[in-house]
Design a binder for this molecule. Structure first.
Ligand code: HEC
Ligand code: HEC
Ligand code: HEC
Ligand code: HEC
Ligand code: HEC
Ligand code: HEC
Ligand code: HEC
Length: 267
């Protein structure tokens, strides 16, 4: 939450600056060392911005839900910025689309097919998708909307409140890790993202941490519990084990997502 609001402030500060200094350009924050980065709004040859009201007649359902989306909060209603914070921030200037009476592929950007439309603003996310292990979005095999709802209230589909929904998004494609099991690993209740970065990571399997520290965040290790030189984790003497490899390597907790047969997820 704090991260999000800090980001928003940053964004608004940038926006104010751009409105003053650069008129037509939309400013968005980035992770660069410079405090702000200029992002040119999406362009469609010969088209101009018309504003969200115009979409309402033909796309009523989307227009009705959109005000609850986090992106709707970005709308800045003033003459210089008209249209640039709403629908057209993702779909591009729509005057030609409207003049043509609308239609698929008619002078409008669909970021479901063109993630670059999202990445123009989300530079940090773009960087994550360039890490060695990543979901194949930039390769065109997946897209942002398989995990994010662009128009509704719940853009963070996977981080909804209910346990069942928390991992639903991931479950569409990863049945093996999300099927019901006799011995559940309670860690999954906090969501797949406690252990995986959903966009990309430098670590194998998109893990947030590459070694045993991934597990030790929640399972405290107690040195010396069984005498000098011993190492206890979860009341089990692990002194000899941790030398063999990391917690989930062969022979240890290989069934880390839960098991039907073994309460310590060994297999
Ligand atoms: C955060 C970016 C974003 C904003 C803002 C946005 N959209 Fe979209 N829109 C998308 C994405 C992504 C898709 C593709 C969705 C999919 O493929 O399921 C889409 C798809 C659509 C479609 C096609 C739906 C279909 O049946 O394929 C329409 C129409 C549309 N948006 C209209 C709007 C209108 C009207 C607004 C403003 C009220 C709006 N959008 C605001 C990102 C956005
Ligand atoms: C005159 C009616 C009309 C208006 C006004 C209109 N559209 Fe459309 N639009 C359509 C029709 C018809 C389609 C074809 C798909 C459908 O029936 O939903 C479409 C499709 C789209 C698509 C999907 C394109 C694709 O290739 O998949 C998007 C995105 C979209 N419109 C965005 C907008 C936005 C944003 C606005 C307002 C700035 C807008 N439209 C205004 C009629 C309209
Ligand atoms: C015009 C710039 C812009 C575009 C284009 C854009 N975003 Fe955003 N997006 C933002 C800003 C700024 C925020 C921060 C909003 C906030 O904190 O309220 C944000 C927030 C988000 C969030 C986090 C929401 C939250 O509650 O923390 C997600 C997820 C997201 N965007 C996904 C997308 C996707 C997917 C697309 C393309 C379909 C997209 N964005 C297109 C500017 C943009
Ligand atoms: C495999 C599912 C998945 C895909 C594909 C995906 N995201 Fe996400 N995204 C997530 C999840 C899950 C989170 C929440 C991360 C968290 O809570 O730590 C998230 C968070 C975000 C955020 C909030 C800031 C952050 O990094 O925490 C933004 C912005 C965002 N995504 C944008 C995008 C854009 C843009 C795309 C497409 C280029 C995209 N995402 C594709 C799952 C996905
Ligand atoms: C739309 C389908 C889809 C969704 C939704 C999805 N993934 Fe994936 N996932 C993939 C694909 C495709 C790959 C790449 C598989 C490959 O390269 O063999 C992948 C790879 C992975 C990998 C690495 C697997 C490996 O063997 O290296 C992990 C971990 C992963 N996803 C976790 C998640 C999490 C966590 C979520 C939810 C936030 C999620 N996925 C949502 C399709 C999806
Ligand atoms: C407690 C940490 C943790 C949580 C929570 C977690 N994973 Fe994993 N996941 C791992 C580890 C560790 C590996 C690597 C296993 C290996 O290399 O053998 C992995 C591997 C994977 C893989 C690659 C295939 C495989 O099984 O090796 C996928 C796909 C995956 N996880 C998806 C998910 C999904 C989806 C969720 C949420 C339902 C999830 N994970 C939750 C730790 C976790
Ligand atoms: C987000 C916190 C979290 C993370 C991260 C986590 N676990 Fe767990 N794990 C739990 C909780 C909670 C339980 C249930 C403990 C209980 O019932 O006393 C549990 C139970 C277990 C158990 C069953 C034995 C026991 O003490 O009940 C094993 C084995 C286990 N985890 C291994 C791992 C491994 C291996 C990893 C790293 C890949 C890991 N855990 C990461 C929270 C976590």
């Amino acid at each position: 939450m704090r991260r999000a609001s800090a980001k928003r402030l940053h964004f608004l500060a940038g926006l104010a600056l751009s409105a003053g200094a650069l008129g037509l350009l939309l400013l968005v924050n980035s992770c660069s060392t410079v405090d702000r980065a200029v992002v040119v709004p999406l362009q469609i040859e010969g088209a101009t911005f018309v504003g969200d009201q115009v979409c309402f007649d033909c796309h009523t359902n989307i227009s009705r839900v959109f005000p609850s989306s986090p992106h709707a909060r970005l709308r800045i209603e003033n003459a210089a910025m008209a249209g640039r914070g709403g629908c057209e921030s993702c779909h591009g200037p729509a005057s030609k689309h409207v003049a043509a009476g609308g239609g698929r592929g008619k002078f409008i950007i669909n970021p479901g097919k063109e993630p670059q439309a999202c990445l123009a603003c989300h530079l940090e996310v773009q960087a994550e998708f360039h890490l060695p292990q990543h979901h194949p979005v930039l390769e065109g095999k997946m897209n942002c909307v398989q995990c994010h709802d662009p128009h509704g209230m719940d853009i963070m589909k996977p981080t909804g409140l209910a346990m069942a929904r928390l991992n639903d998004t991931c479950a569409q494609c990863h049945r093996e890790q999300t099927k019901p099991v006799t011995f559940e690993h309670a860690a999954l209740r906090e969501g797949c993202t406690v252990c995986h970065n959903p966009h990309g990571s430098i670590n194998p399997k998109m893990l947030t941490i590459r070694d045993g520290n991934l597990c030790l965040r929640c399972h405290a290790q107690v040195p010396g519990q069984g005498g000098p030189g011993t190492l206890y984790i979860g009341n089990v003497n692990h002194s000899g084990f941790v030398r063999i490899g990391t917690c989930w390597s062969a022979g240890c907790h290989a069934a880390v997502h839960g098991s039907n047969v073994q309460p310590f997820y060994l297999y």
